[in-house]
Design a protein around this ligand. Structure first.
Ligand SMILES: [Zn+2]
Ligand SMILES: [Zn+2]
Length: 192
């Protein structure tokens, strides 16, 4: 982090270094040259860019019509989803932690690789089940996303708050060998 701060102070990197890119968050050189872990880069992107990007995209959010975007990356900033919500109408809405955007996505499709086969899509179970919360994982790409059924948990917090507040589900998924593209708090606590 010190090397990152020094590069920032010298003007070698700026906010754009943390923007999403295909397959990752931020410039690859942040990890390669400065030794910053990918998890830390994604956390910094969410923490630092989101307030700015949320305002930046505010005026164009309304133009995203339902079902007009069926990719597994945020239609606004290009980041992978950080959380999933089942809404009142039973739609699956993926949430972007980097810019605060969201988009409707098919329930029976992996957002990360597009797998749609029932044998590839699994729900991982925590030892202590909490009604409304579930972990959607994909056997093809080995990526997972936590989700929340808001018809059951109508008074739950925002997607980011729910995500950061449920590290025990990340433990379950990570232990079973799945990963997530946007780091969870528990991955930040882990020593490299
Ligand atoms: Zn976004
Ligand atoms: Zn997949």
């Amino acid at each position: 982090m010190r090397r990152l701060a020094e590069a920032w102070d010298r003007g070698e990197i700026g906010p754009t270094a943390f923007l999403p890119a295909p397959g990752r968050i931020g410039l690859a050189s942040l990890s390669a040259d400065l030794g910053v872990r990918a998890e830390s880069v994604s956390f910094l992107a969410c923490g630092a860019l989101r307030p700015v990007l949320d305002r930046y995209f505010a005026a164009c959010r309304v133009h995203l019509a339902e079902r007009h975007w069926d990719l597994g990356v945020c239609p606004f900033c290009g980041a992978p989803p950080g959380f999933g919500d089942l809404t009142d109408t039973g739609q699956r809405r993926l949430a972007c932690h980097v810019c605060g955007g969201g988009w409707v996505f098919p329930r029976l499709r992996c957002p990360f690789c597009g797998a749609q086969s029932a044998k590839d899509l699994v729900r991982l179970e925590a030892e202590e089940k909490e009604e409304g919360y579930f972990i959607s994982a994909c056997r093809q790409c080995r990526v997972y996303v936590k989700e929340l059924d808001r018809r059951i948990r109508w008074n739950a917090g925002s997607a980011l708050v729910e995500d950061w507040g449920s590290p025990h589900f990340d433990m379950v998924a990570l232990r079973e060998g799945y990963r997530r593209p946007i780091a969870s708090l528990i991955q930040l606590a882990r020593r490299p």
